[in-house]
Design a protein around this ligand. Structure first.
Ligand code: PMP
Length: 407
């Protein structure tokens, strides 16, 4: 049983107390984005009301206060993922931005014709398309680790797929579509043995898995603030110092330079070299509040509660006639993906919405994975710390009701 007071936690999230279509909101779309606690919302308001100013430039008091708050998120996030140095944490718009940064600033410089880039068959489009674009530009080859029926990959197949031509391996830590947790630490070891660089897409993992980038020994780790109770438009890229230092800049502009002249521009040190332009100061400041929120509850306590309700969901939803689960492997985060024999996912999604239940339907930005399973999409219920067994029971009963209307 959880040691968290879930009702007290729910009270931190103002959005949860509303009614949708006349019914209490049941929010099960956390793999798309989580809701925000008032601690995070307040941090945004306090910034704009109290010390809005551009950072790193002004000497005046507000600019100093804004810069201090912005940089405090960096050290808080450094500790959150156990990076060795705060300079290894780069602020981005989110995971998509972070992966594009690596594909551009690392890939354009170091990937050669004939090189191989390895991803898995369950990647989000944001961990496929940037590599495809790079492969097209460079004449490199994208290879794919196959996904098994239970939604897992096999480390033996990873071993076979990594060759002396592999230069980059980029794999999702936890799948947003299936919930599968991948053996990224073992994959990083294999990548390094072959002389390749390892990137982890941590968008779905950051608030649901223990993340220690030094223990994982990954070269890059990307995540999004909005999937861990933080604001949209805030994210990070972790990179090992030695690799970040030899990369090209991502975008050119203010902040990323040391000296500019029409003859020759020199670049700033990391992390600023990768942070051109005025960043999303307010949301990055508030990202600290999100990390502190998770830390205060204890990530291991959050995970225990999520595992409990996910097991409950698998048990209760199995009672629904004609249900098929995708992603049944043991090692998974709080995502339950399924189809119904006689009900199209969109019809199910709309009928659940009428009952106040928010789920996601469709391909979840993982079209190749859906193609692999021979389906158009799934219905996905994904859980966070504020979800309850009672909400899951209501989902199960609602699905039974929907199925009976269609049979
Ligand atoms: N990878 C995974 C596993 C995701 O779940 C997401 C977001 N759903 C992304 C990448 C992309 O993140 P963002 O849209 O925040 O850039």
């Amino acid at each position: 049983e959880t040691n968290l007071d879930i009702q007290k936690i729910r009270a931190d999230f103002p959005i949860l107390s509303q009614k949708v279509n006349g019914k209490p909101l049941v929010y099960f779309d956390n793999a798309a984005t989580t809701q925000k606690p008032k601690q995070v919302i307040n941090a945004i308001t306090q910034y704009y009301e109290g010390y809005n100013a551009n950072i790193h430039r002004g000497l005046h008091s507000l600019a100093e206060k804004a810069t201090t708050a912005f940089e405090a998120t960096r050290t808080t996030f450094q500790q959150f993922i156990n990076a060795a140095e705060s300079e290894e944490v780069i602020f981005t718009k989110g995971t998509t931005d972070s992966i594009n940064l690596v594909a551009t600033a690392y890939g354009r410089k170091f990937i050669q014709p004939g090189d191989e880039i390895l991803v898995s068959g369950m990647e989000h489009h944001s961990n496929i398309v940037p590599w495809q674009m790079l492969c097209e530009e460079k004449g490199a080859i994208l290879k794919v680790i196959p996904v098994h029926k239970d939604g897992a990959i096999s480390i033996d197949e990873v071993k076979e797929l990594i060759t002396e031509k592999t230069k980059m391996v980029s794999v999702v830590f936890a799948s947003n579509s299936l919930g599968t947790v991948n053996p990224v630490k073992e994959i990083a070891q294999l990548a390094h043995q072959a002389g390749a660089v390892m990137m982890i897409d941590g968008a779905q993992a950051a608030s649901h898995c223990k993340v220690d980038v030094q223990d994982l020994d990954c070269d890059f780790f990307a995540t999004s603030g909005h999937k861990m109770y933080g604001p949209t438009g805030s994210g990070i890229l972790y990179g090992k110092r030695a690799i970040l230092e030899k990369m090209n800049p991502y975008q050119g502009g203010g902040e990323m330079i040391k000296d500019v002249s029409f003859k020759k521009t020199t670049y700033n040190d990391i992390p600023y070299k990768f942070e051109a332009g005025t960043p999303n100061i307010a949301d990055i400041v508030a990202l600290k509040a999100a990390v502190e929120y998770i830390n205060a509850l204890g990530k291991e306590n959050i995970v225990r509660h999520e595992n409990e309700i996910t097991a409950h969901a698998h048990k209760r939803l199995a009672e629904v006639p004609g249900i098929n689960f995708y992603g049944t492997t043991e090692n998974k985060v709080s995502v339950v993906s399924f189809t119904l024999d006689n009900v199209h996912p969109y019809d199910a999604g709309m009928m659940l919405d009428a009952k106040g239940i928010a789920v996601r339907t469709g391909h979840h930005c993982t079209q190749p994975l859906m193609d692999h399973f021979g389906i158009e999409g799934t219905i996905r219920a994904s859980f966070s710390v504020y979800n309850t067994k009672e909400e899951i029971d209501f989902l199960a009963e609602s699905l039974k009701d929907i199925v009976s209307k269609f049979s």
